[in-house]
Design a protein around this ligand. Structure first.
Ligand code: HEM
Length: 381
């Protein structure tokens, strides 16, 4: 949220790429150290996250079962079953739905923004990923708007809403999945519940846990990617006019936003043994906090890292993590952002930011604008 956010991470990286921040937390900020640690099977994902919800609470047991809390063979097996939802074929089937949804959201946004500043976050950036997830779960639009969306969007969820969302979504999915036991719902719960060719399948607790994970992992992060990309483009007039004129440049612009201004700025691992990283001894039981913000701007990996450059190869970005827990929704998130900008730049041009950005304060694992008041100079006919 601070204006000197990137400068602070730069100072930490230059001062000590593995920095002992006290209380058993080590900040890791150089690209090669973050990259190698993410891929190191000794380090454990998810430690401490479930316990943060309160020992033996219903939410704690859900969080303990989701992919981000599993390690080793247990994780490999469950990930194989969940990843069926995100196959290239499933994604290809989703693209027309995403495009239609984007058109439906963008048209009224552009019409308003052509008259007076309109909030791109509320109208498009948050709405599209929410609609995509609703479609994935095949949940009725009214039920989603009244029972599910308020759990993670809107007025009722304020500070620490990452926690509040998990707390609200857990009983929702528990009821929904227990009620539909044995019956097909038409959405991804059917796929999550079904056995694979080896006759392996997720337990009911794992289906509930990964449903909650998918909703909480998929919406704010992707909304942040879409909003951050528009910010980056509006702040770089040369880039926005090139992207506006040539849709083939959009994917590169989206990846460069992921690198330059990551909507998921961090991830963590815990070390069960004494561990050495970058010459620093890290005692067993410590947490490693990986700053993707700092690693993505490491000059040893990316030349002129502070510059937003849509022509660079940004594919080594670490914003989706890496190794065994690499984000399962990376392809979907990239597709959503690409389709939004393909549709936005066909619908209108001359986008400008109309007020200073206020960064969201209510989700510590997402960096994205709270709202984005934007004007649009011309609507395409
Ligand atoms: C711009 C959007 C997104 C960003 C930046 C993002 C980022 C991340 C990060 C950093 C991780 C942890 C990786 C690690 O610690 O190694 C992760 C994991 C995960 N993400 Fe995403 N994510 C995004 C969108 C999505 C979407 C759209 C979905 C699903 C629809 C999704 C589903 C998941 C799942 C299931 C995991 C856990 C994978 C595992 O533990 O094996 N994410 N994501």
């Amino acid at each position: 949220m601070r204006d000197d956010y990137f400068a602070i991470w730069k100072r930490i990286r230059e001062h000590a790429p593995v920095y002992d921040a006290g209380e058993g937390v080590f900040l890791v900020t150089e690209w090669d150290l973050v990259n190698s640690a993410l891929r190191n099977p000794i380090l454990r994902a998810g430690s401490g996250v479930s316990a943060a919800f309160g020992q033996d609470s219903p939410v704690e047991s859900v969080v303990r079962n989701w992919l981000m809390s599993l390690n080793g063979d247990e994780h490999r097996l469950a990930r194989g079953l969940v990843s069926r939802v995100f196959s290239p074929r499933s994604l290809a089937q989703l693209e027309p739905i995403i495009r239609q949804t984007a058109r439906t959201l963008i048209r009224p946004f552009i019409e308003t923004a052509n008259q007076r500043p309109a909030d791109f976050v509320a109208a498009v950036a948050s709405k599209l990923p929410s609609e995509v997830v609703r479609n994935l779960f095949a949940i009725d639009a009214l039920e989603w708007a009244t029972h599910v969306e308020p759990l993670f969007l809107g007025e009722t969820v304020h500070r620490h809403d990452g926690f509040a969302a998990v707390q609200g979504l857990t009983p929702y999915f528990q009821d929904k999945i227990q009620q539909s036991r044995g019956q097909r719902t038409g959405g991804i719960v059917d796929m999550l519940s079904s056995a694979d060719k080896q006759n392996e399948c997720l337990s009911e607790a794992e289906v509930i846990a990964n449903s909650v994970l998918i909703v909480t992992a998929a919406i704010d992060t992707t909304a942040g990617l879409i909003a951050n990309t528009l910010v980056e483009l509006m702040e770089n007039s040369g880039a926005i006019s090139r992207v506006q004129a040539d849709a083939a440049l959009i994917s590169g612009a989206v990846d460069e936003s992921l690198r330059h201004c990551p909507s998921a700025p961090s991830s963590t691992r815990r070390t069960p043994v004494d561990f050495e990283l970058g010459g620093v001894r890290i005692p067993a039981g410590s947490d490693l906090f990986f700053s993707f913000t700092a690693a993505n701007r490491d000059p040893k990996m990316f030349a002129d890292p502070d510059i937003y450059d849509i022509d660079r190869d940004a594919s080594a970005l670490l914003t989706f993590g890496g190794g065994a827990h690499f984000c399962l929704g990376a392809g979907l998130a990239r597709m959503e952002a690409r389709v939004v900008f393909e549709e936005l730049f066909v619908a209108g041009c001359g986008f400008a930011l109309e007020e200073p950005i206020r960064w969201r304060a209510n989700n510590p694992v997402v960096r994205a604008p709270e709202r984005l008041m934007v004007s649009c100079a011309a609507i395409s006919t």
